[in-house]
Design a protein around this ligand. Structure first.
Ligand code: FAD
Length: 305
């Protein structure tokens, strides 16, 4: 079967593009490599989505997914490895299968930035995590450490402080870069211990499990050790679009360049959400982009007839 639209990534942007496209009567294949909902599914609380007071990221994602399932989306849990254009069709090569579509919407978001200190990769799932919502419960009543200084790190600290013993929140610079409301909430919690000017130098491990962290104070050069079994790294995100560079142009940071219609270099290929070059990366802006990408992808499809 050749789908009208193949959407790569089931985050808020991709799922919104699916919603609009299905409602326009198009056949839609949604391909996701990891988690339905993308990044927001790992957020404990979404509080800045208009008209919804408070909702967990997971519930928000599940609601949106159910909405497009009800409309008949084709969904596959498969990672897109490569896409080639062949006349007016696209051949989509995935890890497990291959698919065909007449147009493409790239909604691949961003992935967690790693801290690149020795043993990091080896300890992922053995004490090192990038998602407090996913892995926080493993450390109930334990001491944990969060590395990061912006909203994600602040949100993780609040969440973990509900059930962990001590939550060390260590930042590289001398301040936070997140929203004041979150900074205030963090400061109100007695079991969150904030330490600034710390640069991670070592993951301490024993038999493949994290046993501690050693930081260097960037002002005094003193070393400081934290005996923790859990470390949550929240130091930002990076795009992963190189595999699509045969179809789209990327800026110096690897984000996809589009115009206001979310069109890319290749006719029939659109990009939306966090994976594209833009100033503000939020759920509302991802959803906005997804709707626009879908509307112009549908116009493109109609022009083929
Ligand atoms: C902890 C946390 C808290 C946040 N809190 C808020 C908040 O309170 N309010 C707010 O507005 N925003 C928040 N954000 C930001 C918000 O989640 C993002 O801006 C939004 O999710 C972007 O949506 P997206 O669909 O563009 O990308 P993403 O959510 O990143 O989704 C992209 C999806 O594409 C998939 N994918 C990537 N490459 C491939 C491939 N090759 N094949 C198949 N699938 C692929 C990924 O697995 C992912 O599921 C938060 C983010 C985090 C991490």
């Amino acid at each position: 079967m050749t789908y009208d639209i193949a959407i790569i990534g089931a985050g808020p942007s991709g799922m919104t593009a699916a919603l609009y496209s299905l409602r326009a009567g198009k056949s839609v294949l949604l391909l996701e490599k990891e988690t339905i909902g993308g990044q927001i599914s790992s957020s404990p609380l979404l509080e800045n989505y208009p008209s919804i007071n408070k909702i967990s990221g997971l519930e928000f994602s599940n609601n949106l997914f159910q909405q497009i399932i009800d409309l008949g989306v084709g969904f596959e849990l498969d990672e897109v490895i490569d896409i080639e254009k062949d006349k007016d069709e696209f051949n989509i090569k995935c890890q497990f299968s291959c698919y065909k579509s007449k147009s493409i919407i790239l909604a691949t978001g961003v992935k967690h930035r790693h801290i690149n200190v020795e043993n990091e990769e080896k300890l992922i799932g053995h004490g090192v995590s990038y998602c407090a919502v996913c892995d926080g419960a493993f450390y109930k009543n334990e001491d944990v450490c969060i590395i990061g200084d912006a909203n994600t790190a602040l949100q993780y600290a609040i969440l973990l402080s509900n059930y962990c013993n001590k939550v060390y929140l260590n930042t590289l610079f001398d301040r936070f870069f997140g929203d004041n409301i979150l900074i205030e909430r963090v400061k109100e919690r007695n079991n969150i211990i904030i330490e600034h000017n710390l640069s991670l130098t070592k993951f301490k491990e024993n038999e493949g499990e994290l046993r501690g962290l050693i930081f260097k104070n960037t002002k005094t050069n003193e070393l400081k050790e934290f005996t923790v079994k859990g470390c949550f790294i929240a130091i930002g995100q990076i795009p992963d679009n190189k595999k699509f560079s045969n179809l789209v142009s990327l800026n110096n940071d690897g984000f996809i360049i589009t115009n206001e219609k979310m069109e890319t270099l290749t006719p029939g290929v659109y990009a939306c959400g966090d994976c594209k070059e833009k100033q503000v990366r939020q759920v509302v802006t991802a959803i906005n982009d997804g709707a626009i990408a879908s509307i112009y992808a549908c116009q493109y499809l109609d022009s083929l007839k």
